[in-house]
Design a protein around this ligand. Structure first.
Ligand SMILES: Nc1ncnc2c1ncn2[C@@H]1O[C@H](COP(=O)(O)OP(=O)(O)OP(=O)(O)O)[C@@H](O)[C@H]1O
Length: 246
């Protein structure tokens, strides 16, 4: 696999879908359809947040997109170069941080690891053991491991859910900066409506296996909670999620 410099931004063409899902269904055994003839496009360089109640199928969709679950009905097309960051960093404890970053990348060097670790503010932990990292540092390392692959499509499955509120805010700012620099297509699974509104171009709500709301978020960046538009969109999303909104 070729590793190219992680600082080179992708040229985003906003009319071309990077990801195209058509008629995707998924059921486990004889159970109901968790995904029900789902259609979704994500354009190159687009940041999409995926929300939905617990059990609505978000992780199932993401696992299918990542190739971790089979496509049994319908079709999925996506770039070959994809990366996934999960809620837990999934670093191998017996390998130093930089070795974790380049794992599975035969052409990647310590220099490559250093460069991406600089991008996520973790270069001083290059030779650390994963178990000595804080939660926030571990997720920075997970982001670095995702970025070193130069993915055209980045999937984030509740990557900050286990972090404290302050660290989560810092990580959201980091992801926003990284995305503006790299411009890969992003699918972020989150339960956090504010996180979706801070980061995404579109928020998609999954309900009973289908998309019940596809909401463009055309707020100027950087986003501000105090913006009245932000408040209005928050209300729309909370209502779509079945949460009472005064
Ligand atoms: N391997 C599996 N076998 C059987 N059922 C499964 C399997 N994986 C997921 N499910 C079921 O599919 C449904 C959707 O699960 P999924 O994890 O995709 O939801 P989610 O929206 O990501 O939920 P959460 O927000 O709680 O993480 C759930 O009812 C779950 O029990």
């Amino acid at each position: 696999m070729n590793v190219v410099t992680p600082l080179r931004p992708h040229t985003a063409d906003h009319d071309v879908p990077a990801v195209s899902i058509r008629g995707l269904s998924r059921r486990f055994g004889d159970g109901p359809r968790i995904l029900d003839r789902l259609d979704l496009d994500i354009r190159e360089g687009e940041f999409v947040a995926l929300l939905g109640r617990s059990g609505s199928g978000k992780s199932t969709l993401l696992r299918t997109l990542a190739g971790l679950d089979p496509v049994t009905e319908g079709s999925v097309s996506r770039p070959k170069d994809v990366s996934v960051v999960f809620q837990e960093s999934r670093l191998l404890p017996w390998k130093r941080v930089w070795k974790n970053i380049v794992l599975g990348q035969p052409d990647a060097t310590r220099e490559h690891a250093l460069r991406v670790l600089e991008e996520v503010g973790l270069s001083h932990r290059l030779d650390a053991w994963p178990l000595t990292l804080s939660g926030g540092e571990s997720q920075r390392a997970a982001l670095a491991r995702a970025l070193v692959r130069e993915p055209l499509f980045l999937m984030l499955d509740e990557p900050f859910a286990a972090l404290d509120a302050l660290t989560r805010l810092r990580m959201q700012t980091l992801v926003s900066d990284l995305w503006q620099r790299h411009r890969s297509a992003v699918l972020l699974v989150t339960h956090d409506v504010d996180e979706a509104l801070l980061l995404a171009d579109r928020a998609v709500v999954l309900e009973e296996g289908r998309i019940s709301l596809d909401l463009p978020i055309s707020l100027p960046r950087p986003r501000r909670h105090a913006d009245p538009q932000f408040e209005r969109l928050r209300g729309t999303l909370l209502r779509a999620l079945g949460v009472h909104d005064n």
